[in-house]
Write a protein that binds this ligand. Sequence first.
Ligand SMILES: CC(C)(COP(=O)(O)OP(=O)(O)OC[C@H]1O[C@@H](n2cnc3c(N)ncnc32)[C@H](O)[C@@H]1OP(=O)(O)O)[C@@H](O)C(=O)NCCC(=O)NCCS
Length: 323
Amino acid sequence: MSYTKLKGSEPEPLIIDDIVYKVISKDNVQSIYQLFENNSRFFSLPFEYFQRGTLEDDDLDLNLSLISFDPTLNKPIAAFIVVRRKGVNENYCFFKGCVVDKQYRRQGLGSKMLLELLRRLKEKGITQVIYGPSVPEYWQPGVDIRNTSLYFFLKKHGFKSHRAIFNLTVSLNAIDKKPVRNKHGYIYERVQPKDFKKTFEFVKQHFPNNTWADEVNFSFKLQPPSTFIAKDENNEIVGWATHSQFFPGSFGPTGVNELLRGKGIGTELFLWCLWDIKQKGLDRCEIMWVEGNTVKFYSKTFGAYISPIFYPMYKKIKYNKIH
Ligand SMILES: CC(C)(COP(=O)(O)OP(=O)(O)OC[C@H]1O[C@@H](n2cnc3c(N)ncnc32)[C@H](O)[C@@H]1OP(=O)(O)O)[C@@H](O)C(=O)NCCC(=O)NCCS
């Protein structure tokens, strides 16, 4: 099979079978990052976040993360970033990102790579591939449906979706006053190293059934840490809110001790995060993965609106039965 690529206005023939797969490594991670940045219309990440989500993600599967190189130009032209989360299900794998360079699209390259990926998945006995939230470390919880080509590409290859996940966008225009440190008997502050352990344990204790504690842990590695905590008069942590853990300007996770909900502690923590995000020069905050009535709460209280919308998409891998 052959396809053409445009160089200037001159198409140059290239043989698709000449494409070589390389493994993502320290030497090429910067150029793979550039490939994503140049081709992601609705999403952008600083390099440190990309690196953390790829080479520094212990669950990155180097064999399943296919990187196609143009053999003559020796540059990456397409990439699938794939992780396995043994903590979730060792038989599943997750797409974190999937991109083909614009000038190489619609020529079967994405499909060829997907078939190669499926072949490798079968070798490993993987039963499901998911373009969705690879908790605790992911960039997006599914396919941003504005990425129309990606949505149809996965659909064509048998991926299905049964639900949508909403992020909410909030403008920071109205955030012009620094929130107060003391309010109604609670103290609000940026988490300091001396409280890292206590904060982690608070999250684990109050939200044991998800990976929020690990997500909060990531924020401790940022400079300065992007988690705010609320304490009562006994210096006990009663709630927290984290931002910029997934990407700069993202919000979540957050939580308040169940017995103290409805007192405005969560709102105050949220305002601290919005303020902090604004100080970094951003004009919007994206609240991650909001469900049910919480959407209405953020909409009524802060003028948040639903955007973007994600479809987690999955494909079950078929194995021929052995008789
Ligand atoms: C999705 C993508 C990886 C497909 O790669 P590709 O090499 O162009 O794919 P193929 O040539 O193998 O196309 C296969 C199928 O994808 C779908 N597709 C590709 N481009 C499409 C488009 N612009 N609109 C609708 N469907 C499209 C079609 O179903 C196509 O099959 P068809 O030709 O029989 O209609 C590529 O278009 C891409 O990189 N898009 C942007 C992805 C993105 O936004 N990533 C950011 C998040 S990480």
